[in-house]
Design a protein around this ligand. Sequence first.
Ligand SMILES: *Cc1c(COP(=O)(O)O)cnc(C)c1O
Length: 397
Amino acid sequence: MTDFDATRALFDLPDGIVYLDGNSLGPLPRAARERVAREVSHAWGTLLIRGWNEAGWMDLPETVGNKIGRLIGAPEGSVVAGDSTSVNLFKALTAALSLSGERKVVLSDSGNFPTDLYVAQQALVALGRGHALKIVAPEEIDGAIDETVAVLMLTEVDYRTGRLHDMTALTAKAHGAGALTVWDLAHSAGALPVDLSGAGADFAIGCGYKYLNGGPGAPAFIYVRPEHADRVSPALAGWMGHAAPFAFDLGYAPAAGVNRMRVGTPPILAMASLDAALDVWDGVSMADVRARSIELSETFIAEVEARCPQLALASPRDPARRGSQVSFVFAEGYAAMQAAIANGVVGDFRAPDIMRFGFTPLYVGLADVVRAAGVLERVMGERLWDRPEFKQKAKVT
Ligand SMILES: *Cc1c(COP(=O)(O)O)cnc(C)c1O
């Protein structure tokens, strides 16, 4: 059994708050704080340029990629860390289309995160091969997979409602229709068991700063199924993805395997933070994380529904169909969330009316969840959300 008291002690959380926003920005692992300080003062400060060879900087995208790979069912050498999730989506989608022949449809759903849809729309324009992005409702995806589809591009867990797609079934269906798959694991990696190999997924990407706790703007990651990795033609071909970066050849020759998906110089301080943050997972079973996350979210839903009749559940009621977050609809959700935050319960808000709460067993326990429901009861019962100071929208909601 995973010792969740022990994992909680690995994080530096401010006193007195219940943090239910680790699905948006994971908190600070103590090891990441120490590692970044050491990387700055020792590696950068004293090794200077030698850090690339002597502090392992050059290999960090692979080292970090392999640590992430263990959490998502990806074999050694099939994941690299770097760039943002948005950029990795561009890399994955264009790589998939480099393998996919003459079909013209990229299929996605209206529950996808907007950046994924924006990146895809413009990538298809830039490719200029006549592809079109087809967006259907999440529940219509299964029926829309047919032999016109080149690539099925989905986010496994809906950022608003937490609805979970069946990656294994949809990947099998896509393959049956002759399509490739690109999965965005932004709300999956570190949140629930993922088995990319078992599902046969072709490409996957995900985020380093949510459930992986790498810090604000932490590097993202990309997975390429090993049997494709030596065949894909990267659209963003940089020197770090070249077969011999320090040969300085004028012509591009891709590195072997997933390393060709690297582009430019990795952000070492951010990469080091993520590297240290991933050690939190040593000795953690993802099955235990999932079981505890369900226990937390089920308790939260029961408590909130008993105490706050004003809030309507926006997430699937069946925990097997949810990721690790729970959302409630409330017309004044922004102000209500601000009032909750002012009272020590931190979640976030997604327009137009979603109050979102993430459940992260590494550092959130049952008592936290019950306390959070109690605060929401006060916010609702005493109409704290109706105060003007909570209605001023900030840039980030
Ligand atoms: C959080 C998230 C992103 C974030 O992309 P960035 O490039 O890091 O800003 C992208 N896609 C999904 C599905 C997300 O949940």
